[in-house]
Write a protein that binds this ligand. Structure first.
Ligand code: 8YV
Length: 313
């Protein structure tokens, strides 16, 4: 193009990505506008594309600013991006799949170990100087146990590979069986929860999975079962989870995501059997850098060839 493309940044971006985008494009920060709603109304059709993150999403009014253009989404989860509006405005959407699979699966497994072996609590025991006077209580074995995966996508499969290194028995639940997965499909989530020692959530967020993990599913997991969530907080009925934890109806939980981040229900805090992380599964320097690169590559590919590289799965 003879002029730099104009991009609308929907919300604050990682600083490295923001800087790289500004080198190549005319970038306008929507959130810095005094009245973002008015800005959107006044700038319909004035942009070539947009950039967002999973947590900011993209609405119809935003897509209307770059019809026939492109949206680069930093993140693999796109439940906050209105794909129906994207289609109406003929906007191609890209996300950042695959580059984060390993780090997210690593963190899922870190949560399995952290919560079952009580690593944060045992560390607090030593740090507080309690070891000389009190032995740390016994924890729960991980190797050889049963791990149920909800959502055997690319991240779920990376979790399965890690679990097989721990000699775990594996089953999975999802909308449909994955032919060739080599794992047993369980069509009933309650049955999977009943079978599982660890129930790991790695499915997408959005309407189709909202509060899939209900009080009933938690009771099926039962007092010996652990819930691990690295997908989206919306997949769990969080009030039911808080209650199940408070009443000891499940053994514990390892959580990286919550229904209303950064809020964490008080009932999930201050317990040795609940490990709460601040949505960091993809947050390694290496993975964040690869995600930034993929956002840039998608925008570049779109402006050069008319097609993004990694549209939503
Ligand atoms: C990001 C994520 O940190 O990829 C996703 O869907 O949840 C994380 O990798 C986050 O989305 C950035 O907004």
């Amino acid at each position: 193009p003879d002029r730099p493309c104009r991009l609308l940044a929907i919300g604050p971006l990682p600083p490295g990505l923001h800087a790289s985008l500004r080198e190549r494009y005319q970038l306008v920060a929507l959130w810095e506008q005094p009245d973002p709603g008015a800005y959107l109304r006044e700038h319909r059709g004035r942009f070539d594309g947009g950039v967002t993150m999973s947590r900011h999403g993209c609405t119809d009014a935003m897509f209307a600013c770059f019809p026939g253009g492109v949206l680069g989404c930093f993140g693999v989860g796109y439940e906050s991006v209105d794909l129906e509006a994207a289609r109406r405005h003929r906007v191609q959407v890209s996300t950042t799949p695959d580059v984060l699979n390993d780090c997210v699966a690593d963190l899922a497994f870190a949560l399995v170990l952290a919560v079952a072996r009580q690593i944060p609590a045992a560390d607090r025991h030593v740090q507080a100087g309690r070891w000389p006077t009190a032995a740390y209580p016994l924890a729960t074995r991980v190797s050889g146990k049963r791990l149920g995966i909800v959502g055997l996508g690319r991240i779920g499969q990376a979790i399965a590979r890690r679990a097989s290194g721990f000699d775990m028995a594996l089953r999975y639940h999802g909308r449909a069986p994955k032919p060739g997965a080599g794992l047993e499909f369980e069509p009933d989530l309650g049955a999977l929860a009943r079978w599982s020692d660890f129930l790991v959530l790695s499915c997408p967020g959005g309407a189709a999975t909202r509060r899939l993990v209900s009080a009933g599913v938690l009771d099926a997991l039962g007092p010996e079962g652990y819930l691990i969530n690295i997908s989206r907080g919306s997949v769990v009925d969080e009030a039911a989870l808080a209650q199940a934890i408070a009443q000891g109806r499940i053994a514990g939980a390892g959580l990286d995501v919550y229904a209303d981040e950064p809020k964490v229900p008080a009932a999930l805090l201050g317990r040795d059997n609940v490990v709460t992380l601040p949505h960091i599964a993809a947050s390694t320097r290496e993975t964040r850098h690869a995600m930034e690169r993929l956002v840039l590559d998608n925008l570049h590919a779109y402006f050069e060839t008319g097609a993004v590289l990694t549209p939503p799965a």
